[in-house]
Design a protein around this ligand. Structure first.
Ligand code: ATP
Ligand code: MG
Length: 378
C-alpha cells in the first residue's frame, strides 16, 4: 500500500520549516484556527498532484516573505521513492522523482494516489454535475488504463467541434469527421464508466447502509449514473438531431462531458432533504466507495486527507467512519481543532500505530507519547 513516510516542508504558506514522519495508519493533526493544519494537507496534495485543493494560484502557496517553496516526500510501497517539488514566484517548477527530473505532475500522481475530503466536498451534493463527474472520473482514470487516452481524444474533438459551431454558416457535413471521432471516444468512455460505476454503486449503497439514519428516511437513497445523451438511441444520430440547437448556442449540448452521478432520495436530489451531518455521511460513503473500488481493482489503497472531519458529524457517525477507514487499511491524515473526538471515537488512545502531530504558528511537533494523549483527553 502506498504510504507517505516522510514529509519535509519549506516556506509553504505559514510552514517555514517542518518535518513529519507519518505512520502508515492514522495521522492526527491538531491545532488552533490558523495554526497550519490545512496547509500540511495542502502540501501533501501539492507534492502528490502538483496542485492545491485550495487555489490555482501557486504564488499563494509560497510563504509571504519568500520567493519559493520546496516539498520533499518519501513514499513507501514495497520500495522507497523520493519525490520533490519546488516552485518559485517567477513560475519555475522543479519536480524530481528518485533524483531524476520529471516533466509533469502526472508522474507524481501515480506515486501517491490521494483522496481529499474537506468542506468543498459538499459540492458533490450541492454542486453541478461537473463536480460529481470529476470525482467519479478520478476512479475511472485510475482503474481503466485507456480512459486517459479516450478522454483526451474526446476533449480535443469537443473543443474543435465547438469552435466550428461558432463559425459562420457551418454545415452538418463539415462537422461529420469530428462527430465520428467524438462518437468513437464517447462510446469507449461510456462503456468504461458504466463498468466502473456498477462496482461503485454496490460499494456506495453498502457503505451508506452503515449509517442508521438511512433507515429513518422517508425514501431510499439512490446513486445513479446518468449518461450525457439519451440511452434509447445512438450518440451520432442524436448529435445530428441537436445540430440546429448546437449551432445556435455555439456549443455541444450532449456527450460524455454532460454525464452525471445523481444522488437522490426518491426522485429528488438528496441535498434538498438531508441535514448537514447526513450529507457529510453520504459524502464519506462516496469517498469510501471510491477507495474500495480502487483497492479491489488495483490492489492499492489511496491515501486519505481529511480536513476537519469531526465538523458536522456526531460521535456515532464519526465512529462509523473510523471503523470503515480501519477496515480499508489506508494511510490517513486527519486534521481537527481538538483531536479528542477522533481519539475516543476511533478507539485510538492505546493504538500504537497512531501518530499525533500538533501545530502551533506553523511549527509542527510530534506528540506521540501515550501519556501525552491522555492530556488531550482532559
Ligand atoms: N503564503 C502565505 N504565507 C504565510 N502565511 C500564510 C500564507 N497563506 C496563508 N497563510 C497563513 O497560514 C495560516 C495557516 O492556515 P491554515 O489554513 O493551514 O490553518 P488551519 O490550522 O487549517 O486553521 P483552521 O482551523 O481555521 O482551518 C493562516 O494563519 C494563514 O493566514
Ligand atoms: Mg483548516
Amino acid at each position: 500500500m502506498p504510504t507517505l513516510r516522510r514529509l519535509d516542508i519549506s516556506e509553504f504558506r505559514n510552514l517555514r520549516s517542518a518535518t513529519l514522519q507519518p505512520g502508515e495508519g492514522i495521522n492526527l493533526i491538531s491545532g488552533e484556527n490558523g495554526s497550519g493544519k490545512t496547509s500540511i494537507l495542502e502540501s501533501i496534495s501539492v507534492l502528490a498532484h502538483g496542485r492545491s485543493f485550495r487555489t490555482h494560484k501557486f504564488r499563494r502557496l509560497i510563504n509571504n516573505d519568500e520567493k519559493s517553496f520546496t516539498l520533499f516526500g518519501q513514499i513507501f510501497e514495497g520500495t522507497t521513492r523520493n519525490i520533490g517539488l519546488s516552485r518559485a514566484s517567477n513560475g519555475d517548477i522543479q519536480i524530481r522523482i528518485d533524483s531524476k527530473a520529471a516533466h509533469t505532475a502526472t508522474e507524481l500522481a501515480e506515486c501517491l494516489p490521494l483522496l481529499v475530503m474537506n468542506s468543498a466536498s459538499f459540492q458533490l451534493l450541492e454542486g453541478s454535475g461537473q463536480v460529481r463527474r470529476k470525482f467519479f472520473d478520478w476512479l475511472v482514470f485510475h482503474v481503466k488504463q485507456e480512459f486517459k487516452h479516450y478522454w483526451k481524444l474526446y476533449a480535443r474533438c469537443i473543443k474543435q467541434r465547438n469552435s466550428l459551431l461558432r463559425r459562420d454558416k457551418i454545415t452538418r457535413s463539415e462537422l461529420l469527421p469530428w462527430d465520428q471521432e467524438l462518437t468513437k471516444a464517447a462510446q469507449h468512455i461510456e462503456s468504461m464508466r458504466s463498468e466502473v460505476f456498477e462496482l461503485f454503486q454496490t460499494h456506495f449503497l453498502n457503505e451508506i447502509g452503515q449509517f442508521d439514519f438511512t433507515e429513518t428516511l422517508g425514501a431510499e437513497l439512490s446513486c445513479t449514473y446518468v449518461s450525457g445523451w439519451s440511452k434509447t438511441g445512438n450518440y451520432n444520430e442524436q448529435l445530428e438531431d441537436q445540430f440546429e440547437r448546437d449551432v445556435a448556442a455555439g456549443y455541444t449540448h450532449i456527450g460524455s462531458h454532460k454525464s452525471d452521478v445523481k444522488i437522490n432520495l426518491a426522485r429528488v436530489p438528496a441535498v434538498e432533504e438531508l441535514s448537514r451531518g447526513q450529507q457529510k455521511s453520504v459524502i464519506v460513503a462516496l469517498f469510501l466507495a471510491e477507495a474500495l473500488v480502487f483497492r479491489t481493482t488495483t490492489g492499492r489503497t489511496p491515501v486519505f486527507l481529511l480536513d476537519d472531519l469531526p465538523a458536522e458529524l456526531d460521535e456515532k457517525n464519526l465512529r462509523i467512519v473510523g471503523k470503515a477507514l480501519k477496515n480499508l487499511g489506508s494511510q490517513v491524515f486527519a486534521t481537527a481543532i481538538d483531536p479528542k473526538s477522533i481519539l475516543t471515537g476511533w478507539e485510538l488512545v492505546d493504538d500504537e500505530s497512531l501518530r499525533m502531530f500538533h501545530v502551533k504558528h506553523g511549527q509542527v511537533e510530534l506528540k506521540n507519547d501515550i501519556t501525552l494523549r491522555d492530556s488531550f483527553l482532559l
